[in-house]
Write a protein that binds this ligand. Structure first.
Ligand SMILES: [Zn+2]
Length: 348
């Protein structure tokens, strides 16, 4: 069952008109992710929610009536192109669109046509069509995919080069453990903060991580336990999984892990299993931090001694992000009737 509809933006003062370019850019930005839930989008940002629904509505002809099959065809086309980042099907989407009057159903319930779009989107909608929206999303996703492929290719080429130059692969494994590089630490922490923003965009507690090897980011991750229905989907675990897959090795001995929040016991344990060479974190976590705040698993002499730890890098930036997120969530909760959310005091 869906929760009752509470579109906060609808009760606020009129929003300024958006341009067609800004519309495409915003949709392209949202399309950088996968598995975006309409309910999450609605809770997080009513404008983004309306923009996505209006984009779907533009896949229906402006005036022509469609039967249900025709309407479904349009919505499936949207979900395969401009709406590819959404985790929904055409039935749920059609319900949202009809409930909120983005599409209009005839009195007999047999025919559909495009409905009335919110005023702030209406004039841009006149100059936009489904093709342009689909193109904007496709361009954005292709750019991201080729960026990722380039990073992987560069990494593999570097490894191949090193292997050829040294005559044997074993030499790669003899790279010295990462040294202290305070300036680089801030650079990589900023990349981890970018990842934390990805988590926020999906309604997850904003924690981000990157794994660095030989001065290069080889993997990224962000907190996603709710969206993935996976209690282990903390940013560090996500990033370590991706790094191990890339390297084809479950040991990450010569890697450094950067994370915006002090790791919990689970993640600290996973890092020890992975033999992470160096851990750098941002904000301390007084509730679940396992690097000194609650316990210090890296200082425990009976556990392994492979990981050096540095905390407090860009700590203010990292913790501001978290407090802004929780402030926003409290504000949303005050406006909502019921939410089964997880405010049990834990950071994630
Ligand atoms: Zn964790």
């Amino acid at each position: 069952m869906r929760a009752p509809i509470h579109l906060r933006a609808m009760s606020m003062s009129p929003l300024p008109q958006i341009s067609a370019d800004a519309w495409c850019a915003r949709l392209a930005h949202l399309a950088q992710r996968d598995g975006l839930l309409l309910s999450t989008l609605r809770e997080r940002d009513a404008r983004d929610f309306e923009l996505v629904l209006a984009s779907a509505a533009l896949f229906l002809p402006a005036t022509q009536l469609l039967d249900e099959r025709g309407a479904n065809g349009c919505l499936k086309h949207f979900l395969a192109t401009a709406g590819v980042m959404l985790d929904t099907d055409h039935v749920e989407l059609r319900r949202w669109l009809a409930d909120l009057a983005f599409i209009h159903r005839s009195d007999y319930g047999t025919d559909y046509r495009r409905g009335h779009l919110p005023a702030w989107l209406a004039s841009a909608a006149d100059t936009l069509d489904s093709e342009r929206l689909a193109q904007a999303v496709s361009d954005a996703r292709n750019a991201k995919a080729s960026q990722r492929a380039a990073r992987k290719a560069a990494w593999l080429a570097q490894q191949a080069g090193a292997a050829v130059a040294d005559g044997e692969v074993e030499v790669i494994l003899a790279v010295p453990a990462p040294a202290e590089h305070p300036v680089e630490d801030e650079t990589f922490m900023r990349l981890a903060i970018d990842q934390a923003h990805n988590a926020w965009a999906l309604g997850e507690v904003p924690v981000g991580a990157v794994v660095v090897k030989d001065g290069q980011v080889i993997a990224t991750g962000f907190n996603q336990p709710i969206g993935n229905s996976d209690p282990t989907a903390h940013a560090e675990i996500q990033a370590m999984r991706a790094a191990a897959e890339l390297l084809g090795n479950y040991r990450l001995s010569h890697c450094a892990l950067y994370v915006t929040l002090e790791p919990c016991a689970m993640c600290s344990g996973a890092m020890q299993h992975a033999r992470i060479g160096r851990l750098v974190y941002g904000a301390a976590d007084p509730k679940t931090g396992a690097c000194g705040s609650v316990v210090d698993l890296f200082a425990e002499p009976r556990l392994n001694h492979h990981t050096t730890v540095r905390g407090g890098v860009l700590a203010a930036d990292c913790s501001t992000l978290l407090s802004r997120f929780f402030a926003q969530r409290r504000e949303i909760k005050r406006g909502a009737t019921a939410s089964e959310d997880m405010d049990d005091g834990s950071q994630r």
